[in-house]
Design a protein around this ligand. Sequence first.
Ligand SMILES: *[C@@H]1O[C@H](CO)[C@@H](O)[C@H](O)[C@H]1NC(C)=O
Ligand SMILES: *[C@@H]1O[C@H](CO)[C@@H](O)[C@H](O)[C@H]1NC(C)=O
Ligand SMILES: *[C@@H]1O[C@H](CO)[C@@H](O)[C@H](O)[C@H]1NC(C)=O
Ligand SMILES: *[C@@H]1O[C@H](CO)[C@@H](O)[C@H](O)[C@H]1NC(C)=O
Ligand SMILES: *[C@@H]1O[C@H](CO)[C@@H](O)[C@H](O)[C@H]1NC(C)=O
Ligand SMILES: *[C@@H]1O[C@H](CO)[C@@H](O)[C@H](O)[C@H]1NC(C)=O
Ligand SMILES: *[C@@H]1O[C@H](CO)[C@@H](O)[C@H](O)[C@H]1NC(C)=O
Length: 437
Amino acid sequence: MVNTIELPGGKSTALNSSRKIILPILILILLAIIPLYLYSNSPSPEITINGSVPFFKKNKVSPPLHFPQNTSNDSTRVTSDYKCDIFSGNWVPYPKGAYYTNETKCVIDDRQNCMKFGRPDIEFKKWRWKPDECDLPLFNAVEFLDLVRGKTLAFVGDSLGRNQMQSLICLLASIASPAYVSCVQETRWLYPDYNFTIAAFWSPLLVRAHDADPNGYSLNSLMNIYLDEADEAWATQIENVDIVIISAGQWFFRPFMYYENGKVIGCHICHKRNITDLTGHYGYRMAFRTAFRTLLRLQNFKGLTILRTYSPSHFENGEWNKGGNCVRTRPFAKEEVKLDGYMLESYLTQVEELRAAEKEGRKRGLKFRMLDTTEAMVMRPDGHPNHYGHWPHENESIADCVHWCMPGPIDTWNEFLLQMLKMEDQGAIDGKLQKYP
Ligand SMILES: *[C@@H]1O[C@H](CO)[C@@H](O)[C@H](O)[C@H]1NC(C)=O
Ligand SMILES: *[C@@H]1O[C@H](CO)[C@@H](O)[C@H](O)[C@H]1NC(C)=O
Ligand SMILES: *[C@@H]1O[C@H](CO)[C@@H](O)[C@H](O)[C@H]1NC(C)=O
Ligand SMILES: *[C@@H]1O[C@H](CO)[C@@H](O)[C@H](O)[C@H]1NC(C)=O
Ligand SMILES: *[C@@H]1O[C@H](CO)[C@@H](O)[C@H](O)[C@H]1NC(C)=O
Ligand SMILES: *[C@@H]1O[C@H](CO)[C@@H](O)[C@H](O)[C@H]1NC(C)=O
Ligand SMILES: *[C@@H]1O[C@H](CO)[C@@H](O)[C@H](O)[C@H]1NC(C)=O
């Protein structure tokens, strides 16, 4: 199976077909323990650069946020009917650059600390997201902390959730520093002055899973995954959480034996004759469904659930473990990049499951929302650590084109989050306004 980003087909241009960008097929970032995984038989992610039909024009499904036109007066409650989809736009130059630096007193994981590891170019920090129909206000730490006073915000899922959490803590660092409270399966940060807690629950598959290979865990080893059983690591801890951010997606394309109702119902690349290969996206879909259903069924859960949509990777010039890297230093324009293939399916699958949960949630007074980062991030091939971010003992020859440098474009996720929380607070997103087509 060939996995490529096709560059434009124009025969006379410099970007001819001999310059294919090979994308990794599946990148499982086994955080903290194992760096990067790839299984070569899995479906192919594709970003078509300079694709003829920009993906988001055609398939964009995020609901518009009810958004104030004039945000300079924060004390005003927004009553305008102006709607703006803040997730649809372009990156524009912003010479002032980032909110914080690698010297800011906050935790920047070495693996995303691109400046510490000598990333030479700094232009990637000098862009801001400009929605097509309005402006995205700058992150305001005071405003954010006021909105979350007394609340608990939890990141559930994979390392990209941790990446966003650390970005948030750095964005808040100008106003407040949290106390670190670590537990075994989770991490908590407490802002005492605001009685605000940030928690992170490590659960990259969202559902219960364990090794099934007698030889133990390895790159292509089989795992049993119980698609209808939420992972207790988060499910037993979430009932009193006010805001849940679900962050998952990169881990679903390895070999799995799929279980439902305690029985094998199929697999993904198990190579067993009597077991149907249901594809990686089957397990992916069911895991999101189970996570959302778990939240819908928890008796005392009253929180807001936010799905952070699929975060694209940008390996070029080779597969992830064969010299693939991400050396670009500028964002793409919207017209230059198109999400399709495996990544598009990943995105749309999430959106479908979120929509179903949103509908069900409305009956029960529970809110499900989308932090729709995919369009913005597919345009940021320049935002990844590449070789500038790793544990000291790690093999530096493997580039990380999955996570995001800090500071960098991931800070925009929290600008989005602030606007979403603001709108929720003002009651401006209600069933009527957050339309799902
Ligand atoms: C896309 O096409 C435009 C114009 O045809 C060109 O200027 C630009 O460099 C191309 N971008 C990429 C990433 O190939
Ligand atoms: C936005 O509000 C500020 C003060 O609240 C005011 O000075 C400015 O003129 C307003 N801008 C628009 C476009 O209404
Ligand atoms: C902000 O809005 C409040 C309430 O409408 C108003 O009293 C105040 O004058 C406004 N401030 C500015 C700077 O426009
Ligand atoms: C921050 O980055 C600069 C290079 O931009 C580097 O010289 C410095 O050592 C870094 N500081 C820390 C604390 O990582
Ligand atoms: C802090 O917030 C929690 C809810 O998250 C609440 O139960 C508790 O009473 C608050 N503590 C104080 C001191 O306000
Ligand atoms: C598939 O066949 C193997 C023996 O070849 C058997 O042990 C296993 O139970 C079968 N699985 C299913 C789901 O039928
Ligand atoms: C580091 O990765 C490269 C490319 O994947 C490989 O050739 C090399 O053997 C690895 N080195 C170590 C020490 O693992």
